[in-house]
Design a protein around this ligand. Structure first.
Ligand code: MEV
Length: 322
């Protein structure tokens, strides 16, 4: 059946629906995998949406990027989407057939913004909607983690948590709580355009920690301490000190081996434009950089500087007092 016919079958009105947003890790990526704390923020302007319609005599089909692909033929890079779908269908006792799942995502893939966790959440919630069922937060988390394990081996659960969170969260070993923000601030996200692999980046850190045991452990502990300090600065609205902790975290992440020349370029440009702090966000080895600003005009200036240093896109996130 041609793509157009599937669109004709799909009934937007009656479609089951799910969505989720992107996330940005303020502090603690990689060290969180080793049980250290992390801080993440929702990026609600970037979203992934999933609609599910019933179709007849068909395997489960996905419509994305103008193509219709059956679940058994999804390329490997989409294996976690198939895993999320299968896990959710199993959970609700629905057969793996006669469904068309349409996906639209504004989250750049493999950029450190939680794209894989967000699409898993969206699909799982659409299946829940189709089944007219309910999921506790813990059940959702487990289903997304099942997909995330396919995407990158040993996920900490930070992405699964932050892509559903309504505000900044403190996360450690699967538990999380909302964080206090003392003063409005702005986070500028700059995309290097280099697509990284989370599993490769996580393996690189593992390689460093295994081959430099003392220094590796020291860096992980330092990242944990910097995250805890950042929690206090965030609560007080101390943008200067928060920025200093971000810069120190970037140095540690560079030493752990997940930096990249494009990250360094954007970090340098942001700091020269007066950012209080700048660092990679997410897995690194490319992906995105975040920079802290104390006004929207300052954020614009930093975004402009990042574009001048070859960022392919920037987004500004308001971090509101809470
Ligand atoms: C990826 O967004 C964050 C990492 O810390 C991996 C994880 O937490 O599972 C690099």
């Amino acid at each position: 059946m041609a793509t157009g016919e599937f669109y004709a079958l799909a009934n937007e009105q009656g479609a089951a629906f799910g969505e989720a947003h992107a996330k940005s890790i303020l502090m603690g990526e990689h060290s969180v995998v080793y049980g250290q704390p992390a801080i993440a923020l929702p990026v609600t302007s970037l979203r992934t949406m999933a609609w599910i319609d019933r179709v007849e005599d068909s395997p489960v089909l996905f419509s994305m990027d103008g193509e219709v692909i059956s679940i058994d033929e999804l390329p490997n890079r989409f294996a976690s989407i198939a895993a999320a779908t299968r896990a959710a269908l199993r959970k609700f006792g629905l057969p793996e057939q006669d469904l068309l799942i349409r996906l639209r995502s504004g989250i750049p893939p493999a950029a450190g913004l939680g794209g894989s966790a967000a699409v898993a959440h969206a699909v799982i919630d659409a299946v829940r909607d189709l089944a007219d069922g309910a999921l506790t937060e813990a059940e959702r988390f487990e289903l997304v983690q099942e997909a995330e394990r396919v995407a990158h081996g040993n996920p900490s659960g930070l992405d699964a948590t932050a892509t559903r969170a309504a505000g900044p969260v403190y996360f450690q070993r699967g538990k999380f709580h909302p964080l206090r923000v003392g003063k409005k601030m702005w986070l500028v996200i700059g995309d290097t355009g280099v697509r990284g692999s989370t599993s490769i980046a996580v393996a690189r850190v593992r390689g460093f920690v295994d081959s430099h045991r003392v220094r590796g452990q020291q860096l992980l502990d330092d990242l944990g301490d910097l995250t805890d300090a950042a929690v206090r600065h965030l609560a007080k609205g101390d943008i200067t000190r928060l920025g200093q902790r971000m810069n120190a975290a970037q140095s540690a992440l560079d030493e752990l081996g997940v930096g990249h020349e494009t990250i360094s370029d954007l970090v340098t440009a942001a700091r020269l434009a007066g950012a209080s702090g700048a660092k990679l966000t997410g897995a690194g080895c490319g992906g995105c950089v975040i920079a802290l600003a104390d006004s929207v005009d300052h954020a614009d200036l930093i975004a402009h500087a990042m574009m001048g240093a070859n960022a392919v896109a920037t987004w500004t996130v308001e971090v509101n007092p809470s």
